[in-house]
Design a protein around this ligand. Structure first.
Ligand code: HEC
Length: 123
């Protein structure tokens, strides 16, 4: 009898220890597409991590910071506006005429949505 109890305990222990830790959040396909759009169109001026200033401000944390930029504007609206009309709200300390206003024409609708989705992961 004891042998069976021990055997069951061993099986239970093995089962418990095989539980994987919760998975690290991964990017959705749209966000992955957005990351490569970012690499192609934005990374020559923006970093996506740390405080590194390339030409424009780092976009690390923009999903959180974005909502504090303009009163009553959420991060997503702010990010969209920053791409569609870059000079409308220039970031303090940066020139308003450097980020190209032509990006909205260069990006397909799908790529635009993807890069917005990606930036919203930078919390
Ligand atoms: C030629 C350089 C350049 C490129 C390319 C560029 N940006 Fe910018 N961007 C800037 C500069 C400079 C600023 C700060 C001045 C301003 O707000 O217009 C800025 C500001 C921003 C802001 C506001 C950041 C904040 O902290 O409030 C966002 C969001 C942004 N850019 C997103 C993008 C995205 C997305 C792309 C690519 C699709 C892109 N930028 C491409 C130069 C660039």
């Amino acid at each position: 009898m004891l042998r069976y109890v021990i055997a069951i305990l061993i099986v239970l222990l093995a089962a418990c220890s095989s539980f994987a830790p919760p998975p690290v959040p991964t990017l959705s396909p749209l966000e992955i597409q957005g990351r490569s759009v970012f690499e192609s169109y934005c990374s020559r001026c923006h970093s996506a991590s740390g405080e590194t200033v390339v030409v424009g401000p780092s976009l690390a944390g923009i999903a959180t910071r974005g909502m504090n930029r303009i009163d009553d504007m959420d991060s997503e609206t702010y990010i969209r506006s920053s791409i569609l009309d870059p000079s409308k709200y220039a970031v303090d300390g940066f020139p308003a005429d450097v980020m190209p206003a032509s990006l909205k024409d260069e990006l397909s609708k799908g790529d635009f949505e993807a890069v917005v989705a990606y930036l919203l992961t930078l919390k």
